[in-house]
Structure formats: C-alpha cells, structure tokens
Design a protein around this ligand. Sequence first.
Ligand code: SF4
Length: 56
Amino acid sequence: MAYKISDECLACGTCKGECPVEAISEGEKYSINPDVCIDCGTCAGVCPVEAISPAE
Ligand code: SF4
C-alpha cells in the first residue's frame, strides 16, 4: 500500500525532498508513484496542510 496526495495539495514541495525513495513527483498537484513508495509515512508527517494519507 502506498501513500496518496489529495486535492488539498498546495504544491509547496515540502514532501518531495523528504521521501527516502524519491517516489514523489512535481506537478500542479504533487503525486506519489505507488510502485516506488515503501509506505514509510515520512511525507505525511511533513505536509503543512495534511494532504498526504495512506491510500485506502
Ligand atoms: Fe516516500 Fe515514504 Fe511518502 Fe512513500 S510514504 S511517498 S516512501 S516519503
């Protein structure tokens, strides 16, 4: 299971540098590659608007 970034994303870029496996890509909204994510939760902890959570 991977983490997901919701529409709340401000594209601030805070999470991208924290991911240990570089699973996060830039864009209008950032996104997480589920095939690369190791489900560590680091990004969720640093997001200023709590836009990142475990995928259902
Ligand atoms: Fe990267 Fe961990 Fe967030 Fe997955 S949960 S995108 S591995 S920081």
